[in-house]
Design a binder for this molecule. Structure first.
Ligand code: BGC
Length: 447
């Protein structure tokens, strides 16, 4: 055991997202989102759960900010619900929606907590989906307009902006695999959504720069740290293919490297080209200030020459968490090293990392989520190692502040360091909350 000291000025935070915590879906003229629609389709969400009430954060945000202050977090990452700002269509801004986020931001600043705002964490206005959603190129301008309204209203108090949360997840899960809203399964639609999401990101960055705002802007990607299942050259090549179809497909264009050739070839052979117009790749590559990195696990890869993509997931070898993926705490440091080297050591914020651990209160009411604590210890030790090796990581956000609506899994998966009782909406800090508060206080940990 040694004490791992993080660099001076390193920031510790917690993260959430609007649809997962807010509830109050009809309040203050909020419009309908694609998740409101999706959760009402039979069989889409486990247990028929919805985000109608979720954690009722819309009303209980003062209590939630008090919990953050008790933890000692320096920054809070949350998302703005687009349907609260543009409920009905382009042009018509909803003042009451803006007011809610004004109140939230001011309350955070009062407690000395810096807001980090995600503009899009998957709750697309339904009226935009009715126009084709991310498959319609016009969405990029609608997003830029929404971003402009948010920058103009909150830019005096918000210094950290994330355009999109995990485009690979809302494009692929929503349009190729179909297990998330809007529930489509079509490769050519998926290809369009990828390109339009990245284009929307680039346009928002341009709007931010043109507005002369002083804060920082970046994008957050979902990541898996890919590892070879054996040491053959074929498997090494398969790992590179996995990185192409997952990491490089989304990071490459943002860092000016374009779409990976292997992915372009594969999609074109299936009549699913990326709909790139002249100038698009320059827009997408508009320089950002940081890279947002989310990571939960690793992926063991083996070659599969029979499949077009050339790789497949090998059988897991580590214990599985309730989400079905491996408990692999070394993956965070490994991935940060990989992505740093690949893209020239950008400034990185770990915008999400956390553990699904469904531990419920014991007889005395305490929640002993020791699996979460063990894994977080490993994740943070790995991250510390990557920083020692020269990776420029400046902040870490724990997912999540509290148990919340876990998309297609409903309320069956708990990621919070604070327990939410979904009957009473009572919040109870878990043992991991005490662990995290210690990490923050000492700016480091014993590992
Ligand atoms: C998402 C969160 C989600 C978390 C845990 C991330 O992919 O951004 O919304 O709750 O993973 O599954």
């Amino acid at each position: 055991m040694a004490f791992l000291q993080f660099p001076d000025g390193f920031q510790w935070g917690v993260a959430t997202a609007s649809y997962q915590i807010e509830g109050a879906i009809q309040e203050d003229d909020r419009g309908v989102s694609i998740w409101d629609t999706f959760v009402r389709q039979p069989g889409r969400v486990q247990g028929g759960d919805t985000g109608d009430i979720a954690c009722d954060h819309y009303h209980r945000y003062p209590e939630d900010i008090a919990l953050m202050a008790d933890l000692g977090v320096q920054t809070y990452r949350f998302s703005i619900a687009w349907p609260r700002i543009f409920p009905f269509g382009r042009g018509a801004v909803n003042e009451k929606g803006l007011d809610f986020y004004d109140r939230l931001i001011d309350a955070l600043l009062d407690r000395g907590i810096e807001p980090a705002v995600t503009l899009y964490h998957w709750d697309l206005p339904q009226w935009l989906q009715d126009l084709g959603g991310w498959a319609n190129r016009a969405i990029a301008d609608a997003f830029a307009e929404y971003a402009r309204v948010c920058f103009d209203r909150f830019g005096d108090r918000v210094a950290r902006w994330i355009t999109l949360n995990e485009p690979i997840v809302f494009t692929e899960m929503g349009h190729r695999i179909g297990v998330m809203a809007p529930g489509i399964r079509d490769l050519s639609i998926y290809a369009k959504t990828v390109h339009h999401a990245l284009l929307a990101h680039g346009k928002a960055v341009q709007v931010f720069r043109a507005g002369g705002h002083t804060g920082e802007i970046g994008i957050t990607h979902a990541n898996t740290s890919y590892e070879p299942a054996d040491d053959t050259p074929e498997t090494a090549q398969a790992v590179e293919f996995a990185r192409d179809f997952d990491t490089r497909l989304f990071h490459g264009p943002v860092f000016g490297k374009g779409y990976p050739a292997s992915v372009v070839r594969n999609f074109e052979s299936k009549d699913a080209p990326f709909p790139v117009f002249p100038g698009d790749m320059e827009t997408i590559a508009a320089p950002t200030d940081f890279l947002g990195t989310n990571l939960y696990s690793r992926g063991l890869i083996e070659a599969d020459p029979g499949r077009g993509v050339g790789y497949r997931r090998a059988m897991p070898r580590l214990p599985l968490l309730p989400m079905g993926y491996e408990a692999a705490p070394h993956a965070l440091g490994d991935f940060v090293r990989f992505v740093s080297k690949e893209y020239g050591y950008p400034k990185i914020y770990i915008t999400e990392n956390g553990v699904c651990d469904n531990t419920e209160p014991g007889p005395d009411g305490t929640i002993d989520d020791h699996v979460r604590i063990d894994l977080l210890t490993g994740f943070l030790a790995g991250l510390h190692g990557a920083i020692q090796d020269g990776c420029d990581v400046r902040a870490y956000y724990q997912w999540s502040l509290m148990d919340n609506f876990e998309w297609a899994f409903g309320y069956s998966k708990r990621f919070g360091i604070v327990h939410t009782d979904f009957e009473t909406l009572k919040r109870t800090p878990k043992r991991s909350a005490g662990f995290y508060a210690d990490v923050i206080r000492r700016n480091g940990l014993e590992a």
